[in-house]
Design a protein. Structure first.
Length: 173
């Protein structure tokens, strides 16, 4: 377990080393990417599909809503169960480039939500799967670059999002 924690810290510090200023273009870009994972995009996408895609829109919406109804409580239980400090709270020389929504870091809620949405998109719109998963990966990476999550927070968030999405897809399948 110590080796995993050491690797997690090393990867975080390696990423932080190359994004050492909140005004660098890469940090500004990832701040924007992270905002796409705040939730408004999901609502807009689901509403557009609900109204304009007669074949899959309604089922997409019901599947996503059901998934989020389970993902959010599970994320909160895990976050308050692990109580892992954020990198910006753990290391004196690390300052977050965004204000975290809460106190703990494991799992990444932004990443869980992004991978949940990407998985549901993959199911209903397979031609968009690559774009959806690339975007979800960028949301996860943004949380590390912005110094509010460790890599393992992102991996667990992605796993949570995929698992819950698959359960919701199965339920409506």
């Amino acid at each position: 377990m110590n080796r995993l924690a050491d690797l997690d810290t090393w990867v975080f510090q390696w990423v932080a080393q190359y994004t050492s200023s909140s005004t660098q273009p890469i940090s500004i870009y990832f701040r924007w990417v992270s905002k796409t994972g705040d939730g408004q995009l999901y609502i807009l996408l689901a509403a557009i599909l609900f109204y304009f895609d007669e074949q899959h829109g309604a089922l997409f919406l019901y599947t996503a809503l059901t998934a989020y109804c389970f993902e959010i409580p599970m994320y909160l239980i895990l976050k308050h169960g692990f109580k892992r400090k954020r990198p910006c709270d753990l290391f004196l020389n690390v300052e977050a480039y965004v204000i975290p929504a809460d106190k703990f870091s494991l799992p990444s809620g932004h990443t869980a939500a992004a991978f949940l949405m990407a998985t549901i998109i993959m199911h209903f719109y397979p031609n968009l799967a690559l774009v959806a998963y690339l975007w979800a990966c960028m949301v996860g990476l943004s949380r590390i670059v912005l110094r509010v999550h460790f890599p393992l927070d992102v991996l667990l968030g992605a796993s949570l999002g995929i698992a819950v999405a698959l359960c919701s897809i199965y339920f409506f399948g």
